[in-house]
Structures are given as structure tokens and as C-alpha cells.
Design a protein around this ligand. Structure first.
Ligand code: WQD
Length: 330
């Protein structure tokens, strides 16, 4: 199939483009390069030895989006493009609501106008809010602690209502847990601009000496060792989950957790990283980060049951692949 991937030059988007091309699909990328680089498109071509069409456009630019749909016979859309920093969303709510909601609506409208029946949406475990772990797809969503999470919940609702009104419009809502790691080639990976918000890129930059030491945000949570527990999933497992969801998409709305079902604490991840790579990651325990929850991990059984998909790569592989990319990153 010919798939439009918005945000395809980004971290998860680029890995998903690799998985799509290797599965025999053709890919058109729309990305405004606001949090990514054009060279990533060349890296995708280098990894797969396949061609890829790239448009530097913003998904909130409706005429530009229309031109892409008009110029290409799109069979499906995978929508990654959006702002994704939780803390930043608290500071800039209007930018987040506009960019993330309007972008989703413009794409869904274009799908209906051009008869595109498959829509895979990049959602997040954040939408579960203060539910009890492990998070299950059938749970009632609770308010999140931030506008970013609300944009994901609202986008899910918009796409769900659009599918209900137009049964031919099939939607997959994929709720990610904590994507980490990089493609085994080391050519693409997580390269946040500025000081990383997320744990793994911070750890790799400390190991490389770009940052002095890791601040562990609290060790007084009710968890195995007091530090935050998350469900880390290798970005290539996540990418492959998108291809499986797309290939198996039938009418209606289908919600899947893309996680491993395993929780790992901050200190457990640091220890695994040091052992996997033979490096030291100095850290200090500091206060909790506002908005953090103690534990977040998936019940991953539905994707296994319905799609035959499970995460295959373990925490050691995540740490090794993340480190390989960081070492090679200029
Ligand atoms: C993981 C753990 C921190 C940095 C976020 C978004 C979520 C999703 C994934 C988009 C926590 C601790 C972190 C550091 C630390 N993004 N930590 N020191 O917050 O679970 O999820 O990214 O969909 O929506 O909320 O990820 O990597 O920031 O934190 O101790 O310097 O590491 O407290 O326990 P998080 P994270």
C-alpha cells in the first residue's frame, strides 16, 4: 500500500518508515522538520535501499496537505506529526491544542475527501491518566495532568466519531508506552534538540560525557526501589506494531496498547545500561518531577491476541541500540 506518514522524519516516524518499506509498502512523508532533520530521510533510504517521497509541510497547512492527497493515491495514513513534550504543553497549551488537534482534523477531512479508508493514530499511554496499572484498552480514560495528554484523548475522540459517522473510515488508535532505543544500524535514533526531557537520551548523553550526571527524579515512590517505573519498548518493536496494525485494519475503531507489559524502574534502567555497554552513568537523587506518576505499564495482551504482535527486544537491546546511535551521533 501507499502510505502517507506524517512526522516521518521524526524519531518514531522514521523507524516506522523503515518497517513499512521493508514490509513492501511505499511511503510518502510529510514533515515540517520542526523537531527532526531532512537528513533522516536519506538515512531511511540508506537503511532500506528504497525510494521515499518527502514533502516539507506542516499538517496544519490545509492547502499543502490537500496537494499531497491530490498528487498521490494514498491508501492509508499513519499520523505521528505533533508536539509531544508534556512539560512544554503546560507552558504553551494553545500551541499544543492548535497544532495537535487541527493537524488531526485536517488529515481526517482529507481522508474523507479523497476516499482514504485507513488511519493509524499515534496516541499515548498518557491518556489513561490516574488509572490503576497495568493499563487496559477498555479502561475509562481519566483526565491527564497536561494539555499534551488531552490533545491525544481529544484526537482519539475526533477520529472515533469520524469512524462512527463513516463506517468505511477504519481507525487504529495506538497507545505507546515509553519508546527507547534505535535502529540496529545506528543511523537513526532519538536525537532531541537541547537538553533531553526523556530518560534514555539523557542517560546516553551522560554516558558520552555531554551531560555531567543524571538527575533521578525522586526515589520515594511506592515502587520496587522508590524510583519511577515505566514500560520501555524498543522503537523498532513499536514501528513493527504499526505495520501489523495497518495490515490488519478492518472497519471501525481499534485501540491497542503498544508496550511490553513489563515495568522497569529508573535505577534498573541505569544498571542495565551500564552492564549492557560497559560504561558508567553517574547520577544523583533529586526531588520528584511535577506531573510524574509512580508507575506506568501496559496490559499488552490485546495486541498479541488480535494482531499476533508482541514486543521482541529486551531492555538490554534497547540500551545497546540507544548507545550505538549516541556514539555515532554528531
Ligand atoms: C521516565 C522516567 C522520570 C528524566 C514521557 C511522556 C509520554 C511519552 C513518553 C509521548 C520517569 C524519570 C526522566 C530524567 C528521571 N511521550 N526521569 N530523570 O515521563 O514516562 O513519559 O515520554 O508520548 O507521553 O510523558 O518519560 O523518559 O521523561 O521519564 O529520573 O532526567 O524517568 O521521573 O520516572 P515519561 P520520561
Amino acid at each position: 500500500m501507499n502510505i502517507l506518514v506524517t512526522g516521518g522524519a521524526g524519531y518514531i516516524g522514521s523507524h516506522t518508515c523503515v518497517a513499512l518499506l521493508e514490509a513492501g509498502h511505499t511511503v510518502v512523508v510529510a514533515d515540517n522538520l520542526g523537531n527532526s532533520k531532512a537528513e533522516t530521510i536519506d538515512k531511511i533510504k540508506q537503511i532500506t535501499n528504497k525510494e521515499i517521497t518527502f514533502y516539507q509541510i506542516d499538517v496544519t497547512d490545509e492547502p499543502a496537505v490537500e496537494r499531497v492527497f491530490f498528487s498521490h493515491d494514498v491508501d492509508g495514513v499513519i499520523h505521528f506529526a505533533g508536539f509531544k513534550a508534556v512539560g512544554e504543553s503546560v507552558e504553551k497549551p494553545l500551541a499544543y491544542y492548535y497544532n495537535n488537534i487541527v493537524g488531526t482534523m485536517i488529515l481526517a477531512k482529507a481522508c474523507q475527501k479523497y476516499g482514504v479508508h485507513r488511519f493509524v493514530f499515534s496516541s499515548s499511554a498518557t491518556v489513561y491518566g490516574e488509572n490503576e496499572v497495568p493499563f487496559v484498552e477498555t479502561m475509562q480514560l481519566l483526565p491527564t495532568t497536561n494539555p499534551y495528554g488531552e490533545t491525544k484523548s481529544m484526537s482519539e475522540r475526533i477520529l472515533t466519531d469520524a469512524a462512527r459517522a463513516n463506517p468505511a473510515f477504519s481507525v487504529a488508535l495506538l497507545r505507546y508506552f515509553n519508546p527507547v532505543g534505535a535502529h540496529e544500524s545506528g543511523l537513526i535514533g532519538e536525537a532531541p534538540s537541547g537538553i533531553p526531557n526523556n530518560l534514555m537520551p539523557y542517560v546516553t548523553q551522560v554516558a558520552k560525557g555531554k551531560l555531567e550526571q543524571l538527575r533521578v527524579f525522586g526515589n520515594d515512590y511506592p515502587t520496587v526501589d522508590g524510583t519511577g517505573v515505566r514500560d520501555y519498548i524498543h522503537v523498532m518493536d513499536l514501528a513493527e506494531g504499526h505495520v501489523v496494525a495497518l495490515n490488519n485494519l478492518t472497519e471501525g475503531v481499534h485501540i491497542y496498547n503498544l508496550g511490553t507489559g513489563q515495568g522497569t524502574s529508573v535505577l534498573q534502567l541505569v544498571k542495565a545500561f551500564e552492564e549492557a555497554n560497559g560504561v558508567k552513568v553517574p547520577y544523583e537523587i533529586v526531588g520528584r518531577r511535577p506531573g510524574d506518576i509512580a508507575e506506568c505499564y501496559a496490559d499488552a495482551s490485546k495486541a498479541k491476541r488480535e494482531l499476533g504482535w508482541t514486543a521482541k527486544r529486551d531492555v538490554i537491546a534497547m540500551c545497546r541500540d540507544a548507545w550505538r546511535f549516541e556514539k555515532g551521533y554528531k
